[in-house]
Design a protein around this ligand. Structure first.
Ligand SMILES: C[S@@+](CC[C@H](N)C(=O)[O-])C[C@H]1O[C@@H](n2cnc3c(N)ncnc32)[C@H](O)[C@@H]1O
Length: 216
């Protein structure tokens, strides 16, 4: 993201954009980049891209990209009413608004358009195992030719990172989550005509991240 924001600047910007949301939401959004940094993801988003955020949560990624004039358009979809309400509240505070946040009842309701970039961050482990391949398929088929699918999820190895994230999700989303080995995601994406162009594993504190970038 250019210009790169310091952690302090990022928190200040996010607190300002989310000032109309309740305090827990605002603070979670403001601090999330410390455990889940944006930069490993945004470095794969070319300037002026049309971006779909599949499972956008409160929409902070698209809000930041829009506010910093980094994208041509951003479409964020999520099944959570509360998350989309927060995203829309932040959207009202953008000084440069190219985003559209939509509540969906299922990922099949995501617009069928093609996007330069589809991001899917920490969503797959919230989807039941029987539908995870379908979710990757839904994301992959929305990537335009020459476009990218940017997939990131939480690692399940070693066990203590899995426990840390499982406890985090139980506490915050009250959900038991279902980790997927990244090799399976790579296979599924490959079956959908996507080529793996980047694989990166990294961690922040107790949290482990697995990033995979695919090209159509
Ligand atoms: C851990 S949050 C991540 C949110 C956002 N991507 C981020 O990184 O801040 C997981 C999100 O996935 C959403 N989600 C879960 N199941 C989904 C589904 N079937 N379709 C779309 N989104 C879903 C949840 O509502 C939640 O907002």
């Amino acid at each position: 993201m250019t210009p790169a924001l310091s952690s302090h600047e990022m928190r200040a910007l996010l607190r300002s954009l989310y000032r109309d949301t309740n305090r827990p939401t605002r603070e979670l959004v403001a601090w999330r980049h410390l455990i889940c940094p944006y930069e490993p993801v945004t470095r794969w988003v070319p300037p002026a891209a049309n971006v779909l955020d599949f499972g956008c949560g409160a929409g902070a990624l698209l809000a930041l990209l829009s506010e910093q004039h980094q994208i041509a358009s951003g479409t964020g979809c999520d099944v959570s009413n509360d998350a989309i309400a927060a995203a829309k509240a932040a959207q009202c505070r953008l000084s440069h608004d190219v985003v559209d946040f939509r509540h969906i009842s299922d990922f099949e309701d995501i617009p069928a358009d093609k996007f330069d970039i589809v991001v899917m961050i920490d969503v797959l482990h919230h989807i039941p195992p029987t539908r995870q391949q379908e979710a990757i398929h839904a994301a992959a088929r929305r990537v335009a030719p020459g476009g990218r699918l940017i997939y990131k999820d939480m690692t399940s190895h070693p066990f203590w990172r899995r426990w840390a994230n499982t406890a985090h999700d139980l506490l915050l989303s009250r959900q038991v989550v279902h980790y997927v080995a990244p090799d399976r995601v790579v296979r599924w994406a490959h079956d959908d005509g996507m080529t793996l162009v980047h694989a990166e594993d990294y961690s922040r504190f107790v949290y482990g991240h697995q990033l995979r970038v695919f090209l159509r």
